[in-house]
Design a protein around this ligand. Structure first.
Ligand SMILES: C[S@@+](CC[C@H](N)C(=O)[O-])C[C@H]1O[C@@H](n2cnc3c(N)ncnc32)[C@H](O)[C@@H]1O
Length: 259
């Protein structure tokens, strides 16, 4: 009997983000792998446990906590990521081999959606392709932090008929890319919005969106940049970690033919 892995998107912090498809998938799970690391680990895993308690009911399931490797902070970024992923793959493979019995179903509960800045799909795909395990695997989508952010600000992601860019903070340029009026910035350790040299930009910023600690600030970038920096620093100091993202948008002439 093959083992099954379900990669389940759980949304960005609110247990109500879980889709009905995800709830149905959870009802088949025997083992939940917990992979978080760092100072946020406790809170993020608490949410996962709450979701399981709420939706897996009487089912007999077990948690397996795995030490998730950390990325080297020094040296070349892409080399460090490749090295991290190799070590993560080894951890995942050990979990699948040692913690899951034949015929059982294991789940990775991925923050947001597994397609966005998350390596779980790539790692499970590589393990399945290795041929070393009799493995079926599946992906269940989740609400991304981008969707959570735009919903809480009651705004749209794209301007009418226009393109969107999603980027890590370290890649935010001084100007919007050609043809793009909306840029979503994630994984920003250093207030990259300060780099932007565009006139008249709106920013929709959110931290811990969907959780009881949520903070939202929106306005003209020039007007609120200082406030965001201050609030962000205070929140990070108070919690010991921060999870924030933002949408930058410049006004465009509306294209009336599409949405
Ligand atoms: C490793 S990425 C994972 C993204 C996730 N897979 C998703 O679909 O949103 C982590 C980044 O997502 C953003 N993020 C995730 N959850 C968030 C939340 N609740 N509020 C604000 N930003 C969030 C932050 O930019 C954070 O640095």
């Amino acid at each position: 009997m093959p083992k099954t892995i379900k990669i389940i998107g759980i949304g960005a912090g609110d247990p109500d983000h879980l889709t009905i498809q995800a709830v149905k998938a959870l009802s088949q799970v025997d083992v939940v792998f917990l992979m978080d690391k760092g100072p946020a680990k406790e809170k993020l895993n608490a949410l996962r446990k709450k979701i399981c308690a709420r939706h897996m009911g009487e089912r007999a399931y077990r948690f397996v906590d795995a030490a998730n490797p950390e990325r080297e902070r020094e040296g070349d970024y892409l080399a460090a990521v490749a090295d991290l992923n190799a070590r993560k793959q080894a951890v995942f493979e050990r979990l699948i081999a040692a913690e899951l019995r034949d015929g059982e179903c294991g789940a990775f509960l991925v923050w947001g959606d597994p397609s966005l800045y998350d390596s779980t799909i790539r790692l499970v795909e590589a393990i399945a392709a290795s041929g070393r395990h009799d493995l079926d695997w599946d992906v269940i989508p989740g609400i991304t932090s981008v969707q959570a952010l735009t919903a809480r600000h009651r705004t749209t992601l794209n301007a009418i008929g226009r393109a969107v860019t999603i980027t890590p903070g370290r890649r935010l340029a001084e100007r919007f890319p050609d043809g793009v009026d909306s840029v979503v910035v994630m994984l920003d350790a250093e207030n990259a919005f300060r780099r932007l040299r565009e006139d008249d930009v709106d920013i929709y910023w959110g931290a811990y969106v969907g959780t009881p600690d949520e903070i939202l600030i929106a306005g003209k970038l020039d007007d609120v940049a200082g406030e965001i920096e201050r609030v962000r620093a205070e929140a990070r100091a108070a919690h010991g970690w921060i999870m924030d993202s933002y949408l930058l948008r410049r006004p465009t002439v509306a294209d009336k033919t599409s949405d």
